[in-house]
Design a binder for this molecule. Sequence first.
Ligand code: FAD
Length: 580
Amino acid sequence: VLMFLVKPLLGEVRFTRIDKSRGAGRGVGGIVYYLDTVVHWQVILFFHTLGRLTRLAKKIGRVERAKVFSVSGDLISIIHDFKREVVNHIEARPSQQKSHLKESYKFISTKKPKIAVVGSGPSGLFASLVLAELGAEVTLIERGQPVEKRGRDIGALVVRRMLQLESNFCFGEGGAGTWSDGKLVTRIGRNSDGVVAVLKTLVHFGAPRNILVDGKPHLGTDRLVPLLRNFRQHLQGLGVTIRFGTRVDDLLVENAKVVGVKVSDTESDLLLDNQKLGFDAIVLAVGHSARDVYQMLHSNNVELVPKDFSVGLRIEHPQELINRIQYSTLANEVCKGRGKVPVADYKVVKYVDEEGTDANSRENGRSCYSFCMCPGGQVVLTSTNPSELCINGMSFSRRASRWANAALVVTISWKDFDSLGFHGPLAGIEFQREFERRAALMGGGNFVVPVQKHLIIYSILALVVDVPPSSYRLGVKSAELHDLYPNHITEALQNSISMFDRELPGFISEEALLHGVETRTSAPVQIPRNTDTYESTSLEGLYPIGEGAGYAGGIVSAAVDGLYAGFAVAKNLNLYTGCI
Ligand code: FAD
């Protein structure tokens, strides 16, 4: 029976191994021999299949390698195009700057410099890409996890309220922008060489081509995740060593020059098990949520300068309401992002003076504006510490959720830090912390977000009014948000909301809900660096880049900073000569 069953699988089976002299074909012995034969053929079949699969896998591997190779070739051409653009740009400048052009555009890689890039956000990834393409030995160090594991950690946060301190909405592969709206709009020039090079590179790693032409290009989390996986594979193909779950805790400094980093493993409990790694240069691309890094730099006497940034609240409306405000009758054609017109967004900015009236210009007042608007998105938790609460917004590529959210923020400066008794280079961070802690207390813990319908100062109704539903998954609690910030900030927010309502009639609505708090709009600190070399002005060998260093604000501008920084570091380390 067995033979009958397996025969069709085996094809032509010959029982040549059956040895009659050992009693094959008769009684139990015969069955044993038949089974033996079957097993024999099954083993042959198994190895035959394995062989075929291996050959197939090799074939696929060859194709994959070919694909990677062609991507690599294209990337090199993007980088070369980019360099050419930079040369043209410099040629168009006044003659005294042209001396750079005398330098030849030749790679001079005699010895491979060892470079650590700390942080795998957009700035760190692009710096690593340029440096690896130019031949450096790059180690990319990331405290968080690769996107696959990070996705699971974020899932556990959203579903089970488990915040992983090192793998969350801010930390992990791709940086803060991975579980984001993926807006690729930037204020640094839509068609500038750097922006075009970044967008083209994203297309090579899987972004849709329309980001090259769309007025407001957008990716969404679901597209960012596979794109980052391709980016990672490409870097690994170039020989970049990527160390996830590894946090840089300190710098190794010798003779006023940084010569390496101390790292610890964030996955094991052996956080104190510091390892020392030596490098020729450290590119610091840690984003602005790495408050421990600012502290560490401060203790290493690296110059840090407090910087203006913005704080406020996040407002959420039903998307339908925003569509109606923006499109009027056309709104009916908006079918969850798949209709004839895309889901509507908005961008509002006003300048409010001390009296709370329209100041018309930045010089005369505090600017109040909408920021990081996520149509068809959701409000998410961006805390990196359970006792602090802050939020942001994200969306998927189809932007199909029922909600539209945006931060409404007000610029603040050292005067605001001072008024609360926070001084010194890290005063802005203390300011952020203070209001994140207050928000956590107002929410009552467990990542519940305090919300309020109308920002009415001294409102006794705040706690008893029913609040509309929210997209925020971990729960909201009616609270006196008007009591959270100092009065002058609340008033500025309140007045600007009234002005926004004049611009977008219906913006103040019973269906709108304010969520607290939005504090991490940009870095509260700048790490001064040399304009040409990108090297820290206070520590040789340290290259502070991206948003955390105060040189970018958003995915694209951080990536562009990383791109330029890559060339600058390569030039400093004599990887190639050229102008940048
Ligand atoms: P980050 O992206 O912050 O990357 C820094 C990386 O460094 C992180 O991965 C971190 O884990 C790692 N790191 C930190 N400290 C250490 C250490 N000690 N050792 C090792 N690694 C370390 N911008 C947009 O343009 N469009 C958007 O739609 C948008 N939406 C957003 C939504 C959310 C929820 C958030 C949080 C941000 C959003 N942003 C958006 C902002 C954008 O993500 C940032 O401007 C951008 O990611 C900054 O890039 P970066 O490389 O400078 O730093």
